[in-house]
Design a binder for this molecule. Structure first.
Ligand SMILES: Cc1ncc(COP(=O)(O)O)c(C=O)c1O
Length: 396
């Protein structure tokens, strides 16, 4: 019954674990939820007030496909500030989350026969969206290199079919932040080989000193003509459920995306657009800074505790809010009579026996790892990682 393209196509595993944890909680079990991809924090009151006002003042009609003019102007301003290069309103668009921005970009840029390079591990959705566009995702392994991109390896996998590269920094699931010199080298490769770059910087506000986020267009301005920048309000503004994201790129690409979007979902929610305008007001800078400060504390707690668990080496994450430890030392050990066969089984056992929800690295192309989100209250981190430590100790 289903179309060919849906064969071997499955839903996001990150949502799957979240749902199972929610179900156990509904049964009254205290589950520590390390599987969430968002902050455990409410949207700021000024953003909520702007949405209420939008409803009360009748902002209930369709809008322009990529957002009301005022918001596009504001997004253009924001992207211009990020890059140090002027972006006009018709070079940006507002979308129902960064996920939709990424899908639209993939769909208008790539086609069957194209290869698109994605550093691996990768956020679960990236290769699936490339496949949905009919193109072939090509993984660039980074595991041997502390999850950083090795430029020689990248150069080696570029073929005449390579059409683009999708970069995500700060990175989900590893938390790494790509340094400026890596991005510069990638940019020069993109220019040399005529590649487009989708640059997902959804976590750009969540970077921990002394690390710093770098934008590829800011570093190499010629990249503006071949880069789609993608941003999100989900993480730093705690607006995941509102579905608010944006993109910026060459006018021709943005126009094609508007055409595509017009036939799929028309416009992003009118009310959310007014909420986004409020989010971008300077009064919310303190809200974002407060979230970052809170996450800095949670990150320290999480790192200290994971460090104490023997056999779970973990790269220190400079951004986002995830730990991505290597759990392969647990494979083939047993809990009572149950064997840890692989990371998926480990995830099930952790939920069942330790009541902690994590996302198995298999969802990100990394079968030896688990993803632990530390964007939860400090006491939950302590409870959950203590349970993880006890579970690891109980294995024989
Ligand atoms: C790397 C990355 N890109 C994009 C997104 C999608 O964000 P949004 O909620 O804006 O769709 C996520 C969400 O987890 C993400 O981790």
């Amino acid at each position: 019954m289903l179309a060919e393209r849906m064969k071997n196509f499955s839903g996001s595993q990150t949502s799957g674990m979240r749902n199972r944890a929610r179900k156990l909680r509904a049964e009254g079990i205290h589950v520590v939820n390390f599987a969430a991809g968002e902050l455990d924090q409410d949207t700021s009151s000024s953003i909520k007030a702007a949405a209420r006002k939008a409803i009360d003042s009748g902002r209930t009609q369709y809008t322009d496909t990529l957002g009301i003019a005022e918001l596009r102007e504001r997004v253009a301003q924001k992207v211009s500030q990020k890059t140090g290069i002027i972006y006009a309103a018709d070079e940006v668009g507002f979308t129902a989350g960064a996920k939709q921005a990424l899908f639209n970009a993939n769909f208008v840029l790539f086609q069957p026969g194209d290869e698109v390079i994605i550093p691996s591990p990768y956020w679960v959705t990236l290769p699936e969206q490339v496949r949905l566009a009919g193109a072939t995702p090509i993984a660039l392994p980074t595991g041997q290199n502390g999850f950083q991109i090795n430029i020689d390896e990248l150069t080696r996998i570029i073929t005449p079919k390579t059409r683009g590269i999708i970069l995500n920094t700060p990175h989900n699931p590893t938390g790494v932040v790509y340094p400026a010199d890596t991005l510069e080298k990638i940019a020069h490769l993109a220019l040399k080989h005529d590649l487009v770059c989708i640059f997902d910087e959804c976590y750009d506000e969540l970077v921990y000193a002394p690390a710093a986020h770098h934008n590829i267009v800011k570093l190499v301005p010629e990249m503006k003509a071949r880069t789609i920048l993608v941003g999100s309000l989900s993480k730093s503004y705690c607006m995941a459920g509102w579905r608010a994201g944006f993109l910026a790129g060459p006018q021709k690409v943005i126009k094609a995306i508007a055409n595509l979007q017009s036939h799929i979902a028309s416009n992003p929610c009118n009310i959310v657009q007014y909420a986004a305008l409020a989010a971008f007001e300077s009064e919310n800078d303190a809200f974002v800074a407060g979230n970052r400060k809170q996450l800095t504390i949670q990150r320290t707690t999480a790192l200290q505790l994971i460090d104490k668990i023997p056999g779970l080496p973990c790269v220190v994450p400079d951004g986002a809010f995830y730990l991505f430890p290597d759990v392969s030392s647990l494979f083939n050990k047993s809990f009572k009579d149950q064997r840890v066969e692989n990371v998926d089984r480990l995830a099930e056992m952790l939920l069942e026996h330790a009541h902690i929800a994590i996302v198995p690295g298999s969802a990100f192309g990394a079968d030896n790892h688990i993803r632990i989100s530390y964007a939860i209250p400090n006491e939950e981190i302590v409870a959950g990682l203590t349970r993880l430590g006890q579970f690891v100790q109980s294995l024989s």
